[in-house]
Write a protein that binds this ligand. Structure first.
Ligand code: MN
Ligand code: MN
Length: 301
């Protein structure tokens, strides 16, 4: 996807809001803090700066690699000694930027965080238009392995579009078998290395839990309340992911559960499973969104 000058300015504004929010939040997560407090603080900070969350703030702990946001009334807290990933997204008129940081409340976690950041920095410094995907993956994998850790092989970066977090192209975190696919100048990509321990399997699997959702189709649903909820989702989030927290109160409290259940059952709305490292080893992540140029990239976040 190529973007004109006006669109790129919206990406830049989105990225600026994200960067400011991320830097303000870097030291915010503390041991024993309710996870929902981090999610809500990140999301309200984005809104206060004039952006909108492009997806619910993910706060994924230890072996949970991604896709956990607090469900309504979440009572989970950040465990002592844990490794915490905070993944946040901003959109301005649908132009999405996506970035993440991690915090290690233990020495090994801190070392994984540094490794994820170093792998990201190296990828950002070396990526350019027409670079083969396999080469980017190989670069990230080498940095991570040289520091004695392992990349998560089935989590990837991605191209970004308007109202689209994943616009089609995946950017691997490991060397790939020969692939002719390349990144292109003028496109926007999120790069996101995930790091785990050397004795981990280094892959994630779906867990049965879902906390993040997205509109699939605006199909007809039976109950009035489901209709109202679906309309609200369509108007407010379009094709972007949302949290159940964000739609509480749209229909009367007593009707919410059944109405939301109907949207999921009818496949008007889909849920993203929480990703867990297969061998239950802790994971750290770093992420930036970049605009690709012929000779390098502009970091938007
Ligand atoms: Mn992200
Ligand atoms: Mn991403």
């Amino acid at each position: 996807m190529q973007f004109d000058k006006e669109e790129l300015e919206k990406f830049r504004l989105s990225g600026k809001i994200l960067r400011e929010t991320r830097e303000e939040m870097r030291s915010y997560p503390k041991e024993n803090m309710p996870i929902i407090e981090v999610c809500e603080k990140v999301e309200s900070t984005i809104r206060a700066k004039g952006g909108k969350p492009a997806f619910p703030c993910n706060v994924s702990i230890n072996e949970v690699a991604a896709h956990y946001t607090s469900p309504p009334g979440d009572t989970l807290t950040i465990p002592e000694g844990s490794t915490v990933k905070v993944d946040l997204g901003v959109h301005v008129d649908g132009y999405v930027t996506d970035s993440a940081f991690s915090v290690g409340f233990n020495p090994e976690g801190r070392s994984m965080v540094i490794t994820a950041e170093l792998a990201l920095k190296t990828a950002v410094e070396n990526i350019h238009g027409d670079m083969a995907l396999g080469k980017i993956g190989s670069l990230i994998e080498t940095i991570i392995k040289n520091r004695g850790f392992k990349p998560i092989s089935n989590l990837t970066g991605h191209s970004v579009g308007r109202y689209l977090i994943h616009a089609g192209l995946s950017i691997p975190n490991v060397a790939q078998p020969v692939s002719f696919a390349k990144v292109k100048t003028g496109e926007v990509y999120a790069i996101e290395p995930f790091v785990t321990l050397p004795d981990a399997v280094g892959r994630v699997d779906d867990s049965p839990q879902t906390t993040i959702y997205r509109l699939l189709k605006t199909k007809s649903v039976k109950s009035e309340y489901s209709k109202k909820l679906l309309k609200y989702i369509e108007v407010n989030f379009r094709t972007l992911p949302f949290a159940e927290r964000w739609i509480i109160g749209v229909v009367p409290k007593e009707q919410h559960k059944a109405a939301f259940k109907e949207l999921l059952a009818s496949k008007a709305v889909m849920g993203y499973p929480v990703f867990v490292e297969v061998s239950k080893k802790p994971v750290a992540q770093a992420e930036h969104t970049v605009l690709l140029k012929d000779d390098g990239c502009e970091v938007l976040t």
